[in-house]
Design a protein around this ligand. Structure first.
Ligand SMILES: [Zn+2]
Ligand SMILES: [Zn+2]
Length: 237
């Protein structure tokens, strides 16, 4: 029995090999598909493919800078740019243009120079961010645009004061520093930087802030002519 079973298996194998020779299997060869395989995980009607099949970028919604409230690309607001000479000149022009229509005009033009902290120290003493001297405004170039604007507007206030008041040495500190700080408040308000203007309006720890608050109160009660009159002819506010 066992022997006859092996014979049967051998005969079957022979039959298969003969059949295989009679009917060779052909495999059709095709050139490989050169188109890339794109796996789309979302339904087509949601994905909205454009003409060449690329997925369009979804527009980034505009954001508002938390420092200056201007609409900006996230992390790239121009208010953080460091000051340089062209920016200092641009800011002075911007400040003059915001104040001139109100009647706060300079008698003669002033120049502006962006300088180092050490240069400012040599000119006027330590811890200065800006300085007005002999028709030149000096401003520290380590400041960012948002800080420099307020400092330059303050120095513009000193320039106006020195050019218009006869006895510049007689007024007290509240007028001498409070008026330029008020001018800074006014320029920042008109230029739309409400946060920076508010910082001046609510500051009461220094003579700058206390003086500015008194001028702001006078401005709100009686207008700009009253402020100018106070700054030109009074020693206190
Ligand atoms: Zn900003
Ligand atoms: Zn000052």
């Amino acid at each position: 029995m066992k022997r006859s079973l092996w014979v049967l298996v051998w005969l079957s194998l022979c039959a298969v090999s003969v059949l295989a020779q009679d009917y060779p299997v052909e495999i059709e060869l095709r050139p490989p598909d050169s188109r890339p395989v794109v796996i789309i995980e979302e339904p087509l009607d949601v994905l909205e493919l454009d003409a060449v099949g690329a997925v369009p970028q979804r527009p980034v919604p505009p954001r508002v800078c938390r420092v200056c409230d201007q609409k900006t690309v996230p992390g790239h607001c121009s208010c953080f740019e460091l000051l340089d000479q062209p920016m200092a000149e641009e800011l002075l022009r911007e400040i003059s243009a915001s104040l001139n229509p109100l009647g706060l005009k300079l008698n003669r033009p002033v120049r502006i120079k962006a300088v180092s902290r050490r240069q400012l120290q040599n000119l006027g003493g330590e811890r200065l961010l800006g300085l007005y001297q002999d028709d030149v405004i000096y401003v520290n170039f380590e400041l960012e645009r948002r800080e420099a604007r307020g400092v330059i507007a303050h120095e513009f206030g000193h320039a106006w004061f020195f050019q218009h008041r006869r006895d510049v040495n007689s007024p007290g500190e509240l007028v001498f520093e409070g008026f330029p700080e008020f001018v800074s408040f006014l320029a920042l308000t008109r230029l739309g930087d409400k946060r920076a203007a508010d910082r001046i309006a609510y500051e009461d720890q220094t003579v700058y802030g206390r003086g500015a608050r008194r001028f702001i109160a006078l401005y709100r009660k009686s207008g700009l002519p009253a402020v100018i009159n106070q700054a030109l002819y009074h020693d206190d506010v």
